[in-house]
Ligand binder design. Structure first.
Ligand SMILES: Cc1ncc(COP(=O)(O)O)c(C=O)c1O
Length: 368
């Protein structure tokens, strides 16, 4: 049994028991939802029930939900499928948005990590070709909540479509497609207690998208391929828990705020990112000057605490977080930033375990 403490919910959440049970039940049924026989009809029922559950979690009609293999595919379908000549994406988007098309135009963010709405207006006014604006609802590194409703209003005033990657938001803050006014919205099951490998794109009625996967015509010809029935059933079960998750958000915020207070008391020189803006209740993004994120993660891992780094190391080179760069954080500080993210199974004991391991590191930082 893994006794390590998991504090990396923004990377992926542990599966909720209800979602795991729904996956297992669907696997036991089997069948292809396109088949007309009883097994096929049972599989179809699971898919359509889950569609209702996912739709209702975001205030959408079931027919507006297209199931995909995850948010990466949902983002690709939204951005590539829109066929818009101009794609305007914020500087802090997930790579699956920033790299969905070559030549996307970048909307800058303020040092607090919030998109610059004036810059968005200027970009839209500078060119009249049809555009799509993509702004995430909450950032995966800082947790900063973006003014998506305002951005959607600006996009529409310029005749542009509005897309939002709401992967990190669902289950943590209310997500309502009508209140947000977006045309397209991406979701991923494994960020809210469902299984990985399944997600959805919300598509407002009347928005035409070019399918990116062609074949059997599933998902109203928006996404070919036999549906991942068990994954979709698990996604539906997790989405059905969203209302309860929102009630628990206060508990998470208390845990998170307590953690940040402890961090500041043992290491007043530590730098917390995103605190000057509205944030998700579960995310702490902290830099410990002079101690690399890699060292912190390895030390925490040895102590049985799983967190992630703001910087990614590939081929021996440390790549600084694009989010922190866009916020204008100095490179040295960005290299020492780690992200601690909490969720449905987090407890005060997890916070204590983290602090025990991290306090030793912070003492080394003071000595450095
Ligand atoms: C903000 C954001 N968008 C998209 C994705 C990609 O989601 P998926 O793993 O379902 O493809 C992630 C996952 O890391 C994410 O954090």
């Amino acid at each position: 049994m893994n006794t390590a403490v998991y504090m990396d919910y923004n990377a992926s959440t542990p599966i909720r028991p209800e979602a795991a049970a729904a996956v297992a039940a669907a696997l036991a049924i089997g069948g292809n939802p396109s088949s007309v026989h009883g097994h096929g009809r049972a599989a179809r029922r699971l898919v359509e029930d889950a569609r209702e559950q996912v739709a209702s979690a975001i205030g959408a009609p079931a027919a507006a939900i297209v199931f995909t293999s995850g948010a990466t595919e949902a983002n690709t379908l939204a951005l590539r499928g829109s066929g818009r000549a101009r794609l305007l994406v914020s500087a802090i988007e997930h790579d699956s948005v920033r790299h969905a098309v070559p030549g996307a135009e970048i909307i800058p963010v303020t040092p607090a990590g919030i998109i610059d709405l004036e810059a968005l207006k200027a970009l839209l006014a500078s060119d009249s070709r049809p555009a799509l604006v993509s702004i995430m609802l909450a950032n995966n590194e800082t947790g900063v909540i973006q003014p998506v409703a305002e951005a959607a209003g600006i996009a529409h005033a310029h005749g542009a479509l509005a897309h939002s990657d709401a992967v990190q938001a669902l289950g943590r803050i209310p997500v309502d497609v009508n209140a947000l006014g977006v045309d397209l919205l991406s979701l991923s099951a494994h960020k809210l207690g469902g299984p990985a490998g399944v997600g959805a794109l919300y598509r407002r009625e009347g928005i035409a998208l070019a399918a990116q996967l062609l074949g059997g015509g599933q998902e109203r010809s928006q996404r070919a391929g036999t549906e991942n029935v068990s994954g979709i059933a698990g996604f539906g079960a997790a989405a059905a828990l969203v209302a309860g998750d929102l009630e628990n958000a206060r508990r998470l915020a208390d845990l998170r705020n307590g953690l940040e207070t402890k961090i500041k008391s043992v290491a007043p020189h530590a730098v917390l990112f995103g605190t000057g803006a509205p944030r998700l209740p579960n995310t702490v993004y902290v830099a410990l000057p002079d101690i690399s994120a890699e060292t912190q993660i390895m030390t925490l891992d040895l102590a049985g605490v799983s967190v992630s780094a703001g910087a990614a190391c590939s081929s021996g080179k440390v790549k600084i977080s694009a989010v922190l760069s866009a916020m204008g954080a100095p490179a040295d500080l960005a290299r020492s930033a780690i992200r601690v993210s909490l969720g449905w199974a987090s407890t005060p004991a997890d916070i204590d375990r983290f602090m025990t391991a991290w306090t030793g590191l912070s003492a080394r930082s003071l000595a450095a």
